[in-house]
Design a protein around this ligand. Structure first.
Ligand code: PHE
Length: 356
C-alpha cells in the first residue's frame, strides 16, 4: 500500500494537464483501477486481516482522490492564470481617437457667419430653392425683359405643355428670401438668409450650385451708415482681425438704390491673403438700400419703412479665409480633401470660444 501511495502521489504531482490526471484517476481508483482491485481482494481475507486492510485501503483511496482533486484545481488555476496573462487588457488606458467625419468648410463658414450676425441681433430666415420667377425676379424689380435675367444663367424648371402655373426656377440668389420674409413678418426686420443658389456656370471659381447669405434690415431710420457699420463688424469678426478697411464702390442692382459693391483692403504677398493691409482690394459682396418698389411688392409701405440688403458668396469667403484654391473641389466629396479642409465635428463656432 505504501508503494501504491508513493507511486500515485508522485504521478499526480507530476501530471502536466487534466487529461493525464484523468488517466491516473482511472488507473488508480477507476472501476478496474489498482486500488479498486485491491479492495475486491478484501473478500478473500480473514476477518482480522480485513479489519486493518479495509480502513487502510479506504484511507488510501480518499487520499488519492483528494490529491486528484487538489491537483485538478491547481491545473485549472494555472490554465486560467495563463489565459489572463495572454488576454490582459488595461481598461484604464485612454481611448484611441478614431476620426469620424469632418464638418464641411461650407457648413463651418455658415455657422461662423450666423454666429457673428446673431450677435448683432439678426435671426436666420429661409426660403425654397425652387421658387417662382416672381420671387426670384419680378418682385425684386427685375421684369421679364431685364438684362439681369440673361446675365444670371438661370436654370428654368421644365413645364409640360398646357401647364399654366407660374414658371419655376432654381433660385439664382438668396434675394427672394427678402420678399418672403417681408411678406411673412412685415417690418421691422433683421434677418440673414444663408442657402444654396444655382446658376449655369462652371470653372475654377464657379459651380452650378453655390451658397450665398442674404442680409436684410428694415426699420424706420436705417441708412447706408448702418450698412457700413454692420459689414465692417462682420468682416473684422469673420477674418479675425482688429482692423479692416472697406471700400464701397457705386454699382447697380435692380432691387437696391443706391447700390454698392464692397471690397476689403488686402495683400496677396507671398501668395497668401492678408486681410486689412496691403494695396489690393477684394470684392466680397453686393449691397444697397432696398428699392422702394421691392418694399411695395412685398407689402411693406415704402413711405414708412426703409432698410439695407446685402448678398455675399459663402463659398467665396470660405476659400479666402481658409486658403482653398478651387471651388469645384468643394463638391467632389473627395475624402482626402474633406479630411484636409474639414473641421472637427464638436467645435461649434461661437464668438466667445473662437470662430475657427
Ligand atoms: N443678389 C445679388 C447677387 O446675387 C447680391 C445682392 C443682394 C445685392 C442684396 C444687393 C442686395 O449678386
Amino acid at each position: 500500500m505504501d508503494d501504491l501511495r508513493d507511486k500515485y502521489l508522485g504521478l499526480i504531482a507530476a501530471a502536466g494537464d487534466e487529461a493525464v490526471l484523468e488517466d491516473l484517476r482511472v488507473q488508480a481508483v477507476g472501476k478496474k483501477g489498482e486500488i479498486s482491485l485491491k479492495m475486491r481482494e478484501l473478500g478473500k481475507m480473514s476477518p482480522e486481516e480485513r479489519q486493518t486492510a479495509g480502513p487502510a485501503l479506504n484511507a488510501l483511496k480518499d487520499e488519492i482522490n483528494s490529491a486528484l482533486s487538489a491537483k485538478k484545481v491547481a491545473l485549472e488555476d494555472a490554465a486560467l492564470d495563463e489565459r489572463l496573462r495572454g488576454e490582459w487588457l488595461d481598461v484604464t488606458l485612454p481611448g484611441r481617437g478614431r476620426r469620424m467625419g469632418t464638418i464641411h468648410p461650407i457648413s463651418q463658414v455658415t455657422e461662423e457667419v450666423t454666429a457673428i450676425f446673431a450677435d448683432m441681433g439678426f435671426s436666420v430666415a429661409e426660403g425654397p430653392q425652387i421658387d417662382t420667377d416672381w420671387y426670384n425676379f419680378d418682385a425684386l424689380n427685375i421684369p421679364g425683359h431685364h438684362p439681369a435675367r440673361a446675365e444670371m444663367d438661370t436654370f428654368y424648371m421644365h413645364r409640360a405643355e398646357g401647364d399654366n402655373r407660374p414658371p419655376h426656377v432654381l433660385r439664382t440668389h438668396t434675394s427672394p428670401v427678402q420678399i418672403r420674409t417681408m411678406e411673412k413678418t412685415g417690418a421691422p426686420i433683421r434677418v440673414i438668409a444663408p442657402g444654396r443658389v444655382y446658376r449655369a456656370d462652371y470653372d475654377q471659381t464657379h459651380t452650378p450650385m453655390f451658397h450665398q447669405v442674404e442680409g436684410l434690415a428694415i426699420d424706420k431710420d436705417i441708412s447706408m451708415a448702418n450698412l457700413k457699420w454692420v459689414l465692417e463688424e462682420f468682416v473684422k469678426a469673420y477674418f479675425e482681425v482688429d482692423d479692416v478697411e472697406l471700400r464701397f464702390r457705386a454699382s447697380h442692382f435692380p432691387f437696391t438704390e443706391p447700390s454698392a459693391e464692397v471690397d476689403i483692403r488686402c495683400s496677396w504677398e507671398g501668395g497668401t491673403l492678408k486681410v486689412g493691409e496691403g494695396d489690393d482690394w477684394l470684392e466680397i459682396l453686393g449691397s444697397g438700400m432696398v428699392h422702394p418698389k421691392v418694399l411695395q411688392n412685398a407689402g411693406v409701405n415704402p413711405d414708412e419703412w426703409q432698410g439695407f440688403a446685402f448678398g455675399m458668396g459663402i463659398d467665396r469667403i470660405a476659400m479666402l479665409k481658409y486658403g482653398i484654391p478651387d471651388l469645384r473641389a468643394f463638391f467632389d466629396s473627395d475624402l482626402r480633401w474633406l479630411r484636409h479642409y474639414g473641421f472637427a465635428a464638436l467645435d461649434v463656432p461661437t464668438l466667445h470660444a473662437g470662430l475657427s
